[in-house]
Design a binder for this molecule. Structure first.
Ligand SMILES: O=C(O)CCC(=O)C(=O)O
Ligand SMILES: [Fe+2]
Length: 299
């Protein structure tokens, strides 16, 4: 795997195969360490001012905040990393037309933070599990991750196992990670934040991608309204939902929501279809058959 890093795009299928086999993978040195250190510095003031989370899932002694694309110039390099997006497409595109950003979340586990409840992130969604992969998670450590400081704990191959509330028999792993590495795991993989038994906070960023037809954890259009997304690259605009998911989802006034980036938006626009080519052709054939048929008497 390591040898593939030089030709990142060609490796996405191989990393996806590892994810499908083990439920997780670690990609080493995906970004330069100084770049991650800069990102950590950029986010530091917000970590300091953010209150501890509330609730048994989010965890006491844990700080979390979202919307990183508007809070950090450096976040785009993580969210739109070509290899990561390539792997996410490998995992998710069998089940959707386009994927979307599910969340960006900065997490700081303070000394004394207890282990998080083991969970599968896909259980946010009520749909049937076992056949469809809903989500890919990418944990980018901002500080080193170890089993002692609360490094993410994963149950290998648990993505193939029984569902919610049932623990697999295999022992969990807690990979040692450094800034620049990326830990990826499926929405179906059982995992948890570990307990921080050291005197130093553990910081990381989770970026997750989900099927384009799901309701994402973070309400992207509110987090990044058009006046903010206007300054994004095309790829980021697409990832936060300013594109339609075919067939016909995510419209604005019956149009692709990217129309909101136009200088002037006409007031009386037609509704337009967003269909995949096979549907487009099938529906056009149906319509042309209607046009060819002579009107029936009395109709
Ligand atoms: O902090 C971690 O290592 C994992 C956090 C997590 O899995 C979650 O909040 O859903
Ligand atoms: Fe999680």
């Amino acid at each position: 795997m390591q040898a593939c890093l030089a030709r990142s795009e060609t490796c996405a299928p191989e990393w996806a195969a590892t994810l499908r086999r083990d439920g997780y993978c670690v990609v080493r040195d995906l970004l330069p360490e100084p770049q991650i250190e800069d990102l950590d510095c950029e986010l530091s003031p917000r970590f300091i001012r953010t209150s501890f989370a509330e609730g048994p899932f989010s965890g006491a002694r844990t700080k979390r905040f979202h919307g990183l694309l508007k809070r950090s110039r450096g976040a785009e390099a993580l969210v739109a990393h070509p290899l990561v997006v390539g792997i996410a497409e490998q995992i998710l595109l069998p089940y959707c037309d386009t994927l979307q950003l599910n969340l960006t979340q900065a997490i700081e586990l303070h000394p004394g933070a207890a282990a998080q409840v083991p969970h599968r992130d896909q259980d946010m969604w009520a749909g049937e599990k076992g056949r469809t992969e809903y989500l890919l998670n990418v944990m980018w450590p901002l500080t080193p991750f170890t089993p002692e400081n609360g490094g993410t704990v994963l149950w290998p191959e648990s993505h193939r196992g029984p569902g919610e509330g049932i623990m697999p028999v295999a022992d969990p792993v807690s990979p040692e990670l450094g800034p620049g590495d990326a830990l990826m795991f499926l929405g179906s993989t059982l995992h948890a934040g570990g307990a921080n038994r050291t005197l130093v906070p553990r910081r990381g960023i989770i970026v997750s991608y989900c099927l384009g037809w799901l309701k994402p954890y973070e309400n992207m259009w509110l987090t990044y309204p058009p006046e903010i997304a206007r300054d994004f690259s095309q790829e980021l605009r697409d990832l936060v939902g300013y594109r339609r998911h075919r067939p016909n989802l995510g419209n604005y006034d019956g149009q692709c929501p990217s129309i909101l980036f136009e200088d002037e938006i006409p007031d009386f626009l037609p509704v337009t279809d967003a269909l995949v080519p096979e549907q487009q052709q099938r529906l056009e054939e149906f319509v042309s058959r209607q046009a060819a048929a002579p009107p029936r008497r009395g109709v």
